[in-house]
Design a protein around this ligand. Structure first.
Ligand code: NAP
Length: 248
């Protein structure tokens, strides 16, 4: 029997209760990784667990709100105690927040978007960077959006959070480029058939959109030891690894 490509690797996936994160978690488990699945919705995580078991894989469920930042430090300690390393981090969880003229947005929902989309990923990097370095091929992948590098009226809150995520991950990738084996990538999934997209574009026919399962194999590839790109963006709609454009 041939070994699975991610056999014995430990992978944390945030936002694993539905949508893109759930499909990525299943694909990583099917490729042999043990998946640490994080989200708030216990029921969604349990469904995922059943589906992973049916694929012959294994998971550890972490029902947690990512804005409980200190719990992310405790998660790091627990992963260290149990495995002594982390091979794969998929920072997928995100929220859309208000799609609205900026001057109509209250500060609280604005800050909530930044807490989930930016600060939680910062706290994950801070807590898990040492464990990714313990891996022989640590791989971190963060799900961003075209809204982080384009201008769309009414998307300023979400777009600004994704722009912040992009710069943070690229800067971290630069910090660790020459001194660790860790690679850090951003992924733009493009419009995908999930709850978030239905919220963003209620008039759109979901049947016209790619399913979240379609992007999962690409993320599995980026999670493996053979992946060598870092600090770049994988754009799923064009299937290309892109550099960021600098101002002239
Ligand atoms: P989704 O179906 O709404 O799923 C979002 C996931 O994030 C859920 O599992 C949710 O779990 C989790 N989450 C949200 N807030 C959380 C919190 N405070 N603590 C823990 N988990 C939390 O969205 P999706 O479309 O799959 O989005 C996945 C990623 O792709 C996001 O980063 C999104 O910005 C990005 N993206 C999506 C599209 C698209 O068209 N779908 C396009 C571009 C980028 P719980 O609710 O159970 O906590």
């Amino acid at each position: 029997m041939t070994a699975k490509p991610l056999e014995n690797r430990i992978a944390l996936v945030t936002g694993a209760s539905r949508g893109i994160g759930k499909e990525v978690a299943k694909a990583l488990a099917a490729a042999g990784a043990h998946v640490i699945a994080l989200a708030r919705t216990q029921g969604g995580l349990e469904e995922l667990d059943d589906e992973i078991k049916a694929l012959g894989g294994s998971a550890t469920l972490v029902p947690l709100d990512l804005t409980d930042f200190d719990a992310l430090d405790r998660l790091g300690y627990s992963i260290n105690e149990r495995w002594g390393r982390l091979d794969i981090l998929v920072g997928n969880a995100g929220v859309l927040g208000p799609i609205s003229p900026l001057n109509h947005i209250d500060q609280k929902p604005f800050e909530r978007v930044f807490a989930v989309n930016v600060t939680a990923n910062f706290r994950l990097i801070r807590s898990l960077d040492p464990l990714l370095r313990q891996s022989d091929a640590g791989r971190a992948i963060f799900i961003t959006s075209s809204a982080g590098s384009n201008t769309y009226a009414y998307w300023g809150c979400y777009g600004a959070s994704k722009a912040a995520l992009d710069v943070m991950v690229r800067d971290w990738a630069e910090e660790i480029r020459n001194i660790t084996k860790v690679k850090a990538m951003l992924v733009n999934p493009g419009r995908t058939r999930t709850k978030m997209r239905a919220e963003a574009a209620p008039g759109e026919d979901p049947a016209t959109l790619p399913s979240p399962a379609e992007i999962a194999p690409f993320i599995v590839e980026m999670a493996g030891p053979n992946w060598q790109e870092t600090g770049r963006l994988f754009d799923f709609p064009t299937r290309k690894v892109l550099d960021f454009q600098r101002p002239a």
